[in-house]
Ligand binder design. Sequence first.
Ligand code: GLV
Length: 347
Amino acid sequence: MTGPHSSTHAPRSPNRPAVLVARAVFPETIERLRRHFEVEDNPADHIFDKATLAAHLAGKAGAFTTGSERIDADVLAENPQLRVVANMAVGYNNIDVPACTARGVLATNTPDVLTETTADFGFALMMAAARRMAESERFLRRGEWTRWAYDMFTGSDVHGATLGILGMGRIGQAIARRGALGFGMRVVYHNRSRLAPEVEASLRARYLDKATLLREADHLVLVLPYSAQSHHAIGAAELALMKPTATLTNVARGGIVDDAALAAALRGKRIAAAALDVFEGEPQVHPDLLAVPNVVLTPHIASATVRTRRAMADLAADNLIAALTGERPPTPVNPEVLAAGGVLPPR
Ligand code: GLV
């Protein structure tokens, strides 16, 4: 089929907006963006430092970013022509949203499409910690398994236990559903705002203050956004409130947990085990965490299924295309900067 609307290669025009795709992404996503924009991509997948990122953004109206690109006030100041930052992640703590809003720059994220996938992984990590899967697998691989023993790698049950959720947004609720409906868990949670009674009832979830949540949970899962307020929300004082048999799982963001304090709590058996997909300063991992056996460590892959990563890339592209072609982007973070027909022109 040929014709003006079926071509995958729209004619190049100097009037088409320029965008930067800051990390390697699906070739199909790049192809799609090229139908609308002059695209600078990064197939070698270099990680840009701040100055390099700002330089690559020169002349770009849009940026397709991931959590590894920090869009801060300086980067924005160097690029006053930038109109949209489309983040391929639900979290957007890599973007200074107030600074974007002040400059009329739209930020978008990728909620919803990763909720169930991330909840699956959070639940799997929690189970792995409770049942000591990584620790026992390492033991087997080391050739140390020579006989059965009544107390070999005894952990704690997940079914029927108390599931504590800190941060009860979409992903927290999806984890609560798995626990309550699939595993007969008693679900307790703490969140900035309490859920509506009918939502609590559907999840069979009970609201607690944070300290009581920490005391009551057999398995605590963190699913809250990272911010100055949630920095080190779990440190030595909070870990001290937890049961010695409890587990802690973090699928939210590094920095919510004080990793050094957690490693000390794991080493001292202050809590039984932990499972972490995110780390302070990742991809660096605190050496003390690498040295303790009772922690499962994964490299920030909670949303990493092929289908979900495609959906995230598609949604980030939808946002970028809509915002720069006068449509309403599906998932804006700061919709107050939207004009009736897309993003406002540069101030
Ligand atoms: C991943 O961490 C995300 O925020 O999507």
